[in-house]
Design a protein around this ligand. Structure first.
Ligand code: DNO
Length: 348
């Protein structure tokens, strides 16, 4: 593995030069976050971002994400035109040598939390989720919650449309999408890495289909190509105690193209908060995850994910510099320990 770091471009208060100073940092994960899913990305903006990243000595390696238009997820007639836009964007990434695209197929919402700044006993804050609060949220679109990209249609209308389709229909729409884009990704040499649903269950009655080991296996079977792969997100999958993360890594090995490594503390049935990375703070066994990634020969980008806000830092919730830099060092330390242990073993 090698370390990468998410950066939100001009909206991000963290200078790229600071990211470069994190030991072992190799690459940057970013996107055009204001671009609606209906549009071809302007090449000049992407080129400018690439130049900025390279100027500090990092690589522009991952785009996270190109949003998938809701008409594609809903299987509406306009989907072919939006899939065509998606393919044009994929080719553009290929031309700029971006090698991984992390995307998701979650209806309407991307990741979701019910609290963006829960206080922890050490004085830091973190993001939290409590399922019982979810259905009580009357107007999730206007609440101050992390989600989505700009939408082309009204969220109420879209939500109504989703409530009338089954999970099976969503799977079929995903298959249709992948059959169209995987060959283009292969030609452009961009590895597709679908992000699991976060949290890994249905919210607001919307279908969510990438939540557990069977779902990941089904996704990979939809189009059996190395370009159809996964973002292995330990925080998303780890919110469900029945997900055995090391086993999934061993099973899906060479189809994991990108890893998000963070920890969560589960405090009840579908209740959790994002904790610090080290093992005693949460329920995800990151040492075992890193060992499994090592065992399958994972060579891709791996990034610390969102988590606490510490040392008084403000900014994009969960995406502070300090906590993620500590996380990067923890993950890199685990990795070095595994490498060293293995070479010591190899030398008897
Ligand atoms: C959360 C992220 C997700 C991820 C998308 C990928 O911080 O891991 O928002 O970027 O689901 O499309």
């Amino acid at each position: 593995m090698h370390l990468s770091f998410r950066w939100f471009g001009a909206d991000d208060p963290i200078p790229l030069a600071y990211i470069r100073q994190i030991p072992g940092m190799v690459s940057v994960v970013t996107a055009l976050y204001d671009a609606p899913a209906s549009q071809v990305w302007p090449r000049a903006r992407l080129t400018a971002i690439k130049e900025q990243i390279e100027a500090v000595g990092l690589r522009f390696e991952v785009v996270e994400s190109i949003p998938v238009h809701e008409d594609i997820k809903l299987g509406r007639p306009a989907r072919d035109a939006y899939i065509d836009v998606y393919c044009q964007n994929l080719r553009l990434l290929g031309e700029l040598d971006v090698s991984v695209l992390c995307y998701n197929f979650m209806p309407l919402f991307n990741w979701f939390r019910t609290d963006l700044a829960m206080a922890l006993p050490d004085g830091s804050t973190t993001m939290a989720y409590n399922h019982s609060e979810i259905e009580a949220t009357p107007d999730p679109w206007s609440a101050n919650l992390p989600a989505y990209w700009p939408l082309d249609d009204s969220p109420d209308e879209l939500k109504a449309a989703y409530l009338s389709i089954t999970e099976e229909a969503l799977w079929q729409n995903l298959a249709y999408f992948l059959q169209a884009i995987v060959p283009v990704a292969a030609e452009a040499n961009v590895r597709l890495a679908m992000h699991p649903d976060d949290p890994p269950w249905s919210i607001f009655g919307l279908p969510r289909i990438l939540c557990n080991e069977d779902d990941l296996a089904r996704l990979l079977r939809l189009v059996d190509s190395p370009y159809n792969g996964l973002t292995f997100c330990t925080g998303s999958l780890g919110a469900d105690p029945t997900n055995d993360l090391p086993r999934m890594i061993h099973r899906f090995g060479d189809r994991i193209h990108f890893a998000h490594c963070r920890n969560v503390r589960r405090t009840g049935e579908r209740v959790f908060y994002e904790s610090a990375h080290p093992i005693e703070y949460g329920d995800v066994d990151l040492p075992a995850v890193m060992k499994a990634l090592y065992d399958v020969g994972f060579e891709g980008p791996l990034r610390p994910d969102h988590g606490r806000m510490i040392w008084g830092e403000t900014g994009i919730p969960g995406y502070g510099l300090y906590e993620r830099a500590l996380g990067a060092m923890y993950l890199r330390g685990l990795w070095d320990g595994i490498l060293t242990g293995c070479s010591a073993a190899a030398h008897g």
